[in-house]
Write a protein that binds this ligand. Structure first.
Ligand SMILES: Nc1nc2c([nH]c(=O)n2[C@@H]2O[C@H](COP(=O)(O)OP(=O)(O)OP(=O)(O)O)[C@@H](O)[C@H]2O)c(=O)[nH]1
Length: 135
């Protein structure tokens, strides 16, 4: 079971950042919450701060954890651990490792959106977000 962290980064207007996985990676073309695998000896929160600097070039404050999701892809399984994050002042995410990044409304329409097909493991996380914070 691969441990993966992801960040639900919220901007001042309450929008969520979603990122499109690039060609050549697993689940290419699907949208996800930015993050990645936890390295040995790292805490989940440390891993998330590191991944967000690598992928988006920005610093965040890592806040509350949402419910982790276990998901079995064809050839491996992940445990995806989500955290709500806030950008530190002056930080602007850049698509360093993704093919696109977008600020979107975190609502029920996003769950089934044809424009932003989400990685399947992310759907329960978005559902929890919508239930608790959705507008
Ligand atoms: N980062 C991230 N990965 C996710 C999400 N949902 C999801 O199923 N995954 C899966 O988790 C796995 C690990 O993610 P990753 O490829 O971003 O990890 P990484 O940056 O450490 O990758 P690397 O091994 O290429 O360095 C992938 O199979 C990816 O498809 C998500 O919301 N965020």
């Amino acid at each position: 079971m691969i441990q993966v962290v992801c960040g639900l980064i919220v901007n001042g207007e309450g929008r969520l950042l979603i990122c499109q996985r690039p060609e050549g990676k697993a689940q290419a073309g699907l949208w996800e919450f930015p993050g990645g695998k936890i390295d040995q000896g790292e805490s989940a929160r440390e891993a998330l701060r590191r991944e967000l600097i690598e992928e988006l070039g920005c610093e965040v404050e890592v806040g509350e954890a949402l419910t982790s999701v276990r998901y079995a892809y064809d050839d491996y399984s992940i445990c995806l651990i989500p955290y709500i994050c806030r950008l530190l002042d002056g930080q602007e995410p850049k698509a360093i490792e993704h093919s696109n990044i977008e600020w979107v409304r975190g609502d029920e329409r996003l769950v089934t959106s044809a424009d932003y097909a989400l990685a399947p493991a992310d759907i329960p996380i978005l559902e929890e977000w919508v239930e608790r914070f959705g507008d």
